[in-house]
Unconditional design. Structure first.
Length: 447
């Protein structure tokens, strides 16, 4: 069993300062490699220590620790009676919500559900020699937890992208956690998305304490088999800490976009798409790779012009200054080489013939082809999931999908004749490994 050890203890006041001071939002998740094209996860020891302390407390004290850290860090008082979103709260939220937004949420759910329904794997059985049977059972997980960022922000799209594939997979119970606002409420559109996407129960809790509560379970918060969903560095490190007690989807970092473009691309489109990711977070990464110097220069001008009109101008500007870049290459094959090294979360191909480049892309979370497939389309409505691997992890992680919420079990049913036909080989291999009991289990059946 996994153990959490060597935990530095902080006083409540120290922990509150560490979690709430503005500079903590600027923690760098990874070290730069090869001109910061790929960002690998690093270790912020203070954040790790804070998370370990919270996870340990929740495992030990249950609901008391959940309520304590919600009050300490978020400044929100949660009680046994207000912890879970009630049906009355849900009805009230839906009554107050803008009907046009609700209609868009429903359309997004329909598109995402239809796309993920195509991913459903099937159980199978095959017959082999001597009447033997082999196969695979595919079954959904019993209970999953989805984490949705909240508080002052509102992300109904994250609800949809987490809950819909779980629902399509056939998960019986989908537990959602979301940080409440200062008045103890949950954004109405987040609640509307949860209802439309098939969420079973909703709890007002966020941060590392929510992840720990889902992993270990408390009297009020169910224990889950898997936790999915994005969050800040504390959420990410908490998911890493509880992995093994339950499964997780991935360790997600700041958002990324990499665009490969040639002289045919419209500078305004390229600039807008770079900014669409930069406005997420000061640590977001926006990169353009092109073989056209003119396009590069025009995009620079467009970025400056469009940036001045953004409501999140300061965030986008900080991201561009830290992780924004335009890379000029001699030819597009060099751009592909860099893109495969970066393994970006979002990859846009804005070239004259984007599908000609597609066979050469090996590593990317999602690929957007052509001028009318901008990344925000995938964020909200197209259908594919927007929970994607970041920080170069698209080399080995997949986008969140129906398989993420299912497990596969092997089936083996040999006949007596089938076993006899292979028994000598099994005995030979078991003996070679020094496992006599293995060999004996086969030998006895030869009599």
């Amino acid at each position: 069993m996994l153990k959490i050890t060597d935990v530095k203890q902080f006083s409540d006041e120290e922990l509150k300062q560490l979690m709430t001071k503005p500079s903590f939002d600027q923690v760098v998740l990874g070290e730069k490699a090869q001109a910061s094209i790929r960002r690998n996860f690093g270790r912020d020891l203070t954040a790790l220590q804070v998370v370990d302390q919270i996870v340990t407390a929740v495992r030990r004290d249950g609901d008391g620790a959940l309520f304590h850290y919600t009050q300490l860090i978020d400044g929100v008082t949660i009680t046994k009676e207000t912890f879970e979103v009630s049906s009355d709260e849900m009805d009230e939220a839906l009554d107050k919500a803008d009907k046009a937004v609700l209609a868009s949420i429903d359309k997004a759910v329909q598109n995402v559900r239809a796309f993920h329904a195509e991913q459903l794997p099937k159980s199978w059985i095959t017959y082999r020699e001597q009447g033997s049977i082999l196969g695979q059972n595919v079954r959904p997980l019993d209970c999953v937890g989805i984490y949705v960022p909240g508080g002052t922000a509102s992300y109904p799209s994250s609800v949809i992208m987490n809950a819909v594939p779980a629902s399509v997979a056939g998960v019986k119970e989908i537990i959602m956690t979301v940080p409440p606002t200062k008045d103890g409420k949950v954004n109405p559109y987040v609640l509307a998305a949860a209802k439309a996407a098939g969420v079973s129960r909703i709890f007002k809790i966020g941060g590392a304490q929510a992840i720990a509560g889902l992993a270990f379970g408390t009297k009020l918060l169910p224990r889950v088999d898997k936790i999915t969903g994005p969050g800040n560095i504390f959420v990410t490190l908490a998911k890493k800490a509880v992995y093994g007690y339950c499964d997780i989807d991935m360790l997600a970092g700041p958002s990324e976009i990499l665009i490969i473009a040639d002289q045919t691309a419209k500078p305004a489109y390229v600039a807008a798409d770079l900014l669409s990711q930069a406005e997420h977070d000061p640590l977001a990464s926006s990169i353009l790779i092109t073989d056209s110097r003119k396009l590069a220069e025009d995009v620079c001008k467009e970025v400056t012009m469009q940036l001045s009109k953004l409501s999140r101008q300061e965030i986008a500007q900080a991201a561009l200054q830290k992780n924004g870049k335009i890379i000029l290459v001699g030819q597009l094959k060099d751009a592909i080489k860099i893109a495969n090294f970066a393994a970006p979360e979002h990859l846009e191909i804005l070239t004259a013939q984007p599908f000609e480049l597609l066979p050469f892309i090996r590593h990317a979370g999602a690929i957007f082809l052509g001028p009318y497939s901008p990344e925000p389309l995938g964020d909200y409505l197209a259908g594919p999931n927007h929970i994607l691997p970041t920080g170069g992890t698209a080399r080995f992680y997949s986008v969140l999908n129906v398989d993420s919420f299912m497990k596969k079990t092997s089936l083996i049913a040999y006949t007596k004749q089938g076993l006899r036909s292979v028994s000598s080989d099994v005995i030979c291999l078991a003996t070679a490994e020094g496992l006599g009991a293995h060999a004996n289990a086969i030998r006895l059946r030869e009599e």
